[in-house]
Design a binder for this molecule. Structure first.
Ligand code: NAD
Length: 287
């Protein structure tokens, strides 16, 4: 099957970037955007990210998409899937760009059937909104595909080829393993960045600490500028893993606090050396 009509639900940064990436490879592809925000649709059309758009999802029926991509915050997916069921052809493939998979993948395939294939592009920034869309966002980046034993094999391989054509490396992963891994390497760092800013708000008693941002502070907190609704949804949908990771982080922070408080020079040096050694491995192992 050659995909010629793609619908994006959520005309934002990720959905918009996916449309531009597809249009780069297949200039004749038609895109239809659905968003609750009329302005997102207008900007999407102006920037030629989408060819058509509407705030009314039922308009997808006439468009008859061959691929539908859920690109809104993850807590909206179930309700959208319920509406979609009545609107799409049984051959239509549905996928998503959501940052949480786990139970959501199983619930979505229950509603949509075996032609739902979960996915998560490991690319992005703290920016949100269709105006930041880029056609090269996914080039050279990982795309995690999370099929289950129920997933249609043709739908999976078609989706895999699409992502490879736009330049991503596709990796298959169990949906729950995905949430454990990304709970630790993505959701925890975002939680910590938001919490660090919160701590500085509380510490700014009579002095404006935010007037003196050093380079380290800016690096570390860049991701706290991410969209609050998107992150609220991610934290709540991956609650179990995120809470476990926050507990592990509190333990590590408490250990560091004691080493500093008790002046344990040797142990403190070892703690920092071990952290530095492991941080450097990331660059060595990932080029
Ligand atoms: P965004 O804020 O730029 O875009 C989301 C869009 O969805 C907005 O235009 C919003 O109006 C729309 N929307 C909200 N509720 C809706 C609904 N019920 N129906 C239709 N549209 C709705 O956000 P984004 O960064 O593009 O993130 C989109 C998805 O991609 C999220 O699920 C997120 O978890 C995932 N993701 C984001 C990143 C990233 O770095 N931003 C990376 C990987 C995955």
């Amino acid at each position: 099957m050659r995909i010629e009509r793609v619908a994006i639900i959520g005309v934002g940064f990720m959905g918009g970037s996916f449309c531009l990436a597809l249009k780069n490879v297949y200039p004749s592809m038609r895109t239809f955007g659905i968003d609750i925000n009329e302005q997102a649709i207008e900007i999407g059309k102006e920037l030629k990210v989408i060819d058509q758009g509407s705030t009314d999802i039922s308009e997808l029926k006439d468009f008859n998409p061959q691929l539908v991509v859920l690109a809104s915050p993850v807590r909206t997916f179930i309700e959208i899937a319920q509406s979609l069921r009545e609107l799409i052809d049984k051959e239509c493939i549905v996928t998503d760009l959501g940052s949480v998979k786990g139970h959501l993948v199983y619930e979505l395939e229950n509603i949509l059937g075996p032609r739902f294939v979960g996915g998560h592009p490991i690319a992005g920034t703290e920016k949100s909104g269709v105006q930041y869309s880029r056609n090269d966002l996914f080039k050279g980046k990982r795309f995690i595909i999370t099929p289950t034993t129920f997933t249609d094999k043709d739908a999976k391989s078609l989706l895999k080829s699409l992502w490879e054509e736009i330049g991503s490396f596709v990796e298959e992963m169990d949906p729950h393993l995905h949430d454990y891994i990304f709970g630790a390497v993505s959701h925890l760092p975002h939680a910590v960045a938001f919490a660090l800013i919160d701590a500085l708000i509380r510490l700014s008693d009579g002095v404006d600490l935010f007037k003196y941002p050093g380079a380290g502070f800016k690096d570390f907190t860049r991701i706290a500028a991410s969209d609050p609704i998107m992150w609220r949804d991610i934290f709540l949908e991956n609650k179990e893993n995120v809470v476990k990771c926050i507990d592990a982080y509190i333990n590590s922070l408490s250990k560091l606090k004691i080493l500093i408080q008790d002046g344990l020079e040797k142990e403190l040096t070892l703690y920092l050396e071990e952290a530095r050694e492991n941080r450097n491995k990331i660059d060595r192992n990932n080029g």
